[in-house]
Design a protein around this ligand. Structure first.
Ligand SMILES: [Cu+2]
Length: 167
């Protein structure tokens, strides 16, 4: 009986050690594949916000691919795509915009935030315009926003979420 008890304690100790070792080595950020503002190479997510001057509901998706860490990427290697619908309260005047030919001019990081400025061409009355893209809280419950500061069709900062980000 005594020998069996020792054997059981020894096995239990080994199993407990294996459990501690296997769970102790993986950090939460690695397990979920989330990037930091400094290491992030690509991200994608949603746009969902109100826009002025009319009461437009803007809803869509975006994708950012930097071909390396965005924070240190050459502006020429940064690809950004976006498409969204615009619909007035009550479901009127529904239409869509797609964007192409993004050309980054500046990239900056500040803590968990990543800012990219550039030019983009949006379909319809958006046209070719400067765009400011902001990813805040990269690595956590991150937010996305864009602004077309010189555009009259889609005014103000339009927000959304970072759904996925990868190193
Ligand atoms: Cu529109």
């Amino acid at each position: 009986m005594k020998a069996n008890a020792v054997w059981i304690i020894a096995v239990a100790a080994i199993v407990a050690g294996m459990i501690v070792t296997s769970s102790g080595g993986v950090s939460v950020s690695e397990e979920f594949g989330q990037a930091t503002a400094a290491s992030m190479r690509e991200a994608s997510g949603t746009v969902f916000d109100w826009a002025t001057p009319a009461d437009w509901i803007v809803s869509g998706t975006w994708t950012l691919k930097c071909g390396g860490p965005c924070a240190s990427a050459e502006p020429g290697s940064i690809k950004f795509d976006m498409a969204h619908t615009m619909v007035m309260e009550g479901g009127n005047a529904s239409h869509a915009h797609s964007y192409k030919d993004f050309a980054a001019t500046a990239v900056a990081t500040e803590g968990d935030n990543l800012m990219i400025n550039g030019m983009i061409t949006g379909s319809g009355p958006v046209g070719t315009a400067p765009i400011k893209i902001k990813l805040t809280g990269v690595g956590g419950a991150g937010m996305f926003s864009f602004e077309l500061p010189e555009n009259q069709h889609l005014m103000g900062e339009i927000s959304g979420a970072i759904v996925e980000s990868d190193d």
